[in-house]
Every structure is written in C-alpha cells, then in structure tokens.
Design a protein around this ligand. Sequence first.
Ligand SMILES: Cc1cc2nc3c(=O)[nH]c(=O)nc-3n(C[C@H](O)[C@H](O)[C@H](O)COP(=O)(O)OP(=O)(O)OC[C@H]3O[C@@H](n4cnc5c(N)ncnc54)[C@H](O)[C@@H]3O)c2cc1C
Length: 579
Amino acid sequence: MSTKADQQDAQVPSDTVLIVGSGLAGLVAAFELTRRRVKCIILDQESAENLGGQAFWSLGGIFCVDSADQRRWGIKDSRELAMADWMNSARFDRERDDVWPRQWAEAFVNFATDKMEKYVKARGMTFLQVGWAERGDGRASGHGNSVPRFHLTWGTGPEVVRVFAEPVKKAAEEGLIEFKFRHRVDEIIKDENGRAIGVRGAILEPSDGLPRGVKSSREVVDSFEYFGKAILVSSGGIGGDVEKVKKAWPLDRLGPKVPENFVVGVPAYVDGRMLEITKDAGANVVNADRMWHYTEGLANWNPIWPNHGIRVLPGPSSLWLDATGKRLPAPLFPGCDTLATLKHICSTGYDYTWFILDQTIIAREFALSGSEQNPDVTGKSYLGLLTRIFGGKGPVPVQNFMKHGKDFIVKDNLEDLVQGMNELAVTVKGPELDIDLIRKQIDDLNLQLANNFTKDAQVMLTDNARRYTYDNWTRVAKKHSLMDPKHGPMIAVRMNLLTRKTLGGLETDLDSKIVKPDGERFAGLYAAGEVAGFGGGGVHGYSSLEGTFLGGCIFSGRAAGIAMAKEVLDKEVLPEDVI
Ligand SMILES: Cc1cc2nc3c(=O)[nH]c(=O)nc-3n(C[C@H](O)[C@H](O)[C@H](O)COP(=O)(O)OP(=O)(O)OC[C@H]3O[C@@H](n4cnc5c(N)ncnc54)[C@H](O)[C@@H]3O)c2cc1C
C-alpha cells in the first residue's frame, strides 16, 4: 500500500498511467503504453492467477474481414459487405447516444479489414479456421454475417491473453509496470478542476491458491490511493451480476416480463461496479439497455464460478422447440439470430427451450464456447482435433455433458425422450409436452430431408452451410432423418438463457477518452473494452456479429494506449499506425 508520504509525492504530476482492470482491454493498452516506454500501474481486484480476465475463458474467436484465412477457405469478403452487415445488425437509431458508437463501428470495421489480422499475427497468434457465427435473419438488409468471419485462435482464449501478457510481464521486469492485484478501486479522485488524477479503494485479503475464475473473498484488509497522469477504466461489463442484468432488461424490446432464470456465462468479478463508480465521477453511460445474452446455455455440471453456464455453439440441424413444444418460427434456427431468438423466447412466457437431435448431429455439430471446453484447440493438439472430427462421438466435454449435465436427456425412442423432457420440465414448473405435436413436427421435417429440394428454411440453411467447405467437413452432420435409429440415440437438451456481454457502457471518443453528459471530454480519464461498450459506449448498436468482443477490446485498448501515451509523453514515440 502507498503510505501517506508516498501519496503526497504521488500527487505531483507524474508520468505514470493507471489501468483499472487487467483483462484483455487493459493488457492491450498496457502493451501499447510500454512499447512507448510509458510507466503503468495495473490494478485489479482479482489475483495474478486471473490475469487476462474473461479473455482467458473465451473461445478466442476474432472478427476479421477479407483475411488471408478467409481467402484460403474460398470466402470472398470485403469492407463493403462487412460494413453493410455491421450497420444492418447494429441498427443505430439514437440521435444522441449513437453519435460515438456509429463512428466507432465504422472505425472498427475498417480496422478489422486493414489491420486486425496483421496486428494479432504480429504478436504471434494464428488462426485454426474461420467459423460462421450469427448466420442472419434471412434478409440481405437484416442482421447477420453474410460470410464466415469468426477467426478461431489456435490456442483459444489463453493464447489471446498470452500474446499480450508476455510483453507486458517483460515490461514489468524492466520496471515499466507495477501490478497491484487484489486492489479494488472504489472511487476516482479528481482535482479542483475536475480532472481525474487518481484512484482510491480497498485492498482485499489475499486469495492465493484459489484457482482462476473461482469467486474470491471481498474481505477488506487495507486501503490505497494511487495517482497518475491518465487513468484507464477497463473493468469489464455487468454479466456476472444477474440482478444488474435484470435491472437493465429492455422490456420494450424483450418483454413482456424480465426472465427469472439465467445461467451465468462470466466469472463473478464481471460485476459492473466500476461502471457505476465512473458514472458517479461524472462520466456518461449510454445504451445500458443493450446487452448480448445467449439462448443456448447449459448449467455446467462442473462449475467454476457461481451458477456457471456454458454456451452451446450449435451447428444448423437441431430441431428447436419452445418450452411448450412448438418449433421456433423461421428464421430462428440454431446459430442465426441471437437477439431475435431471445425476443421470441421471452414472448412465450418461459425462459428455456428444447433442442431435439441425435448422436450423429451432436457429434458433428455441438461445440461448447470456452477455452476449458475445447482442450484440443486450447492445447493446440492436432491429434485431439482429428479425434473430435472423425471419432464420431464429438468433443470429450460434450460427451461429459451428455453423461453428467442436468439439461441432457438421452434415450432410444421418442416416447422415453418426451417422458424425460416432461420430468425435467416439472422441476422448473414448465408446461407438459405433447408427444403427438413433437412427433408431427419431426415427421414433417423428415419429409423435407428426403429430397434435394425443400420449402423448409432450416433445411435450406443447412444446405447452404454444406457449401462452405470447413462447415461441410466439420460442423454439419450428413443429411438424415431425425428418428433414424442408425443415428441414435435421440437426445433432448434444455437450453437456458445465459448472461454474457454488455453492449452499452461508458461513452468514449475515438481516442477512448471518456465523454461527459454535456459532450465535453473527461480530462485524464479513458475507458476501453466491455465497460465502454467495446468502444464509444456501444459499437455494436443492438446486435453483434460475434468475435467482435475480443476484437473490440483489442481495438479500443489499442486506441486508449496510443492516446494516453501521447498525453503523457506530449510527443509521438512510435507512429500511431505501427503494427
Ligand atoms: C466463456 C467466454 C467465451 C467468450 N468467447 C468469446 C469469443 O470467442 N470471441 C469474442 O469476441 N468474445 C468472447 N468472449 C467475450 C470476451 O472475452 C470479453 O468480452 C472480453 O474479454 C472482456 O474484456 P475486458 O478487458 O473488457 O474485461 P474483463 O475481461 O472482464 O476484465 C476486467 C477486469 O477488471 C477487473 N475489475 C473490475 N472492477 C474492478 C475494480 N473496481 N477494481 C479493480 N479491478 C476491477 C476484473 O477483476 C477483471 O479482471 C467470451 C467470454 C467468455 C466469458
């Protein structure tokens, strides 16, 4: 802790930058600052084991446009197509609060086209493949990715963290960085002119030995104050606090009522406290009602953080039914339009749905989001990868969920399957399912699968996916009837709502400088990453194209690092566009 004498010294304008939050956005900013020889103090409420924050747990998917990897897979992408997809998904419509988000969106798509791939590859990252997330709402002018753009990092989240953490740790060895773990910031200190000059907070008791991601104690053992010439808030979103999510729920768009039950897709430290603290200091928070939560969440049978949920990244073939057993309407198929699906689910009055599939589909099409759920890609094991693709059983973590997950029912026939679904539904006071309705919908779908032609939009979508070589090899099951015993057993999966990302946040300009409610800049104060809505207070508008969160942390953290270095050094040390 800094002593009183230290604090007086520290109040003398210094050349040090304070970074609150050692997640990806904070690390990227620290990387940009220290490569310009600017000193930083990085404060985080968690321990050193948690360096990298959520990014460590991530799948490592990054949104790039017209990349070498896309071209290798025969994907013709362009700035124009990506910009149109982004704007059609974002649907910016707020005169005041979308001013900066719109500019960030344009700048981000340009960065994703011109520099993202080069920037991360220059740090040592490589991509395994390009996935096709958010396949869209079926309209050229609607939501979604027209082409695959989700560049999966070889090594997943830990690799994304590594390539920025390593140079930052090296800078620490050189004396450019001081880490202050278990330091929880509770207040931003301002001078008499309103400039942010420091942070104040509590030192939490050590959490040594507690594994990464596990909820840690909030027992306070001491207090601290640190001062710096510029301060970056990079403290993440609100997804770990379900009550905050419920409070921000946009009933006008996702009503009629706030869902009761969620599984939680982020660690407990994603608590959103710092958003309030920064607002109280005078920053502007915009678009807080825009969030990105998933509709395919599983209760983790082996949880790390409280109420831990895992998101399924589904391929396109499963039959998706609402809680009453009715098929979701077109184009709400697996992997197409997260928010439209969420809206539909909310309109049913229940907060879960059902996937119906079989062994062939689960083996080929089910992937789970998260580094620990993909040990083959995380561990960079080609053998593991080949076993996943050709082993016929699916990834080992999926097999474990089938064995231990409470949301899974695996049976040899439809009667037993629906009975199992009804037994599970009773436990959450859900409606009883009608086997005849479910059988009819399966029969109708199977009739459409027997032909090369179809009127069923999901079958068309699946055929379209097969035209993408990577999907055809690894992500789409061979066409077959859903109740064919050769492809059994039959499987039903209850899909819960899962909290994840905060799309709104602290309003910032293109230098990641915080904007105040009157539009003035907040002297000395910057924000990056999820707390800033991944740039501007909401670069995504209403909807994301995926891979845009890690990408948004990299882009906004980089902008903050470069701008803070300029402010501290008063001169350019490295060109702004250096890769
Ligand atoms: C399982 C999972 C899979 C994902 N997969 C992808 C993907 O494939 N692609 C993609 O684009 N995105 C993905 N994401 C989202 C992405 O990882 C996050 O949005 C991003 O990493 C957020 O980074 P951040 O730096 O803004 O915040 P965080 O990673 O949340 O870090 C914030 C840090 O600030 C600290 N902090 C907070 N408040 C305080 C305080 N008051 N004082 C001190 N410290 C504080 C926290 O302890 C934390 O360490 C995934 C997320 C998860 C959880």
